[in-house]
Design a protein around this ligand. Sequence first.
Ligand code: GTP
Ligand code: MG
Length: 194
Amino acid sequence: MIIKNSSYAISAVREEQYPTDNLPEIALSGRSNVGKSSLINTLLGRKNLARTSGQPGKTQTLNFYLVNDDFYLVDVPGYGYARVSQKKRQQFGEMIQDYLETRANLQGLIILIDGRHDPTKDDIAMYNYALYLNLPILVVCTKIDKIKKNQRNQVLSALSHKLDLKHDNVEVLTFSSVQKLHVKEVWQWIEQNL
Ligand code: GTP
Ligand code: MG
């Protein structure tokens, strides 16, 4: 993918606020602090287009980033952040569910899982939910720079014991925003699904 331009387009918490130019969308989901906003920046070669933070819970709205005037990457608020109130969590859940279940423009979902840890209950629930929605899914194991090179394959095999990854619509990659590892492969998956 040659990136000619990228820009922040709009933030939305409900349907009326989604973009209306009818372009395809690829969404990114995963627990708070897993590296969604960083992955967007890395893909687009931008330092701080999507705001990142060491503090979980930074992204609280659906943030649409327009790429090449052609499609959107959609940063979805992270789940599983304990310090968010019960009420807020429910609102987040509904916002994410509404988007994922009703958005016709949505062409695929990238689910980010922290490569340093076993998937959480929320990760497993999100993955199974995406399977149920029957979307093309790319599972990305993030922060893989923190894992020794000779142990990275084990991360994927351990993951396959926790998630049923053998589906035609599912692909899996390791990824690092720090080392810019597998950026090309993520783009290939996106291009295939646009
Ligand atoms: P929320 O918006 O809170 O849901 O978080 P997020 O998933 O968007 O995470 P974000 O991209 O803000 O990254 C969270 C923290 O992880 C930041 O301190 C990043 O610098 C760090 N981080 C992100 N990706 C990587 C990576 O590939 N490797 C390492 N080592 N750190 C990373
Ligand atoms: Mg974020």
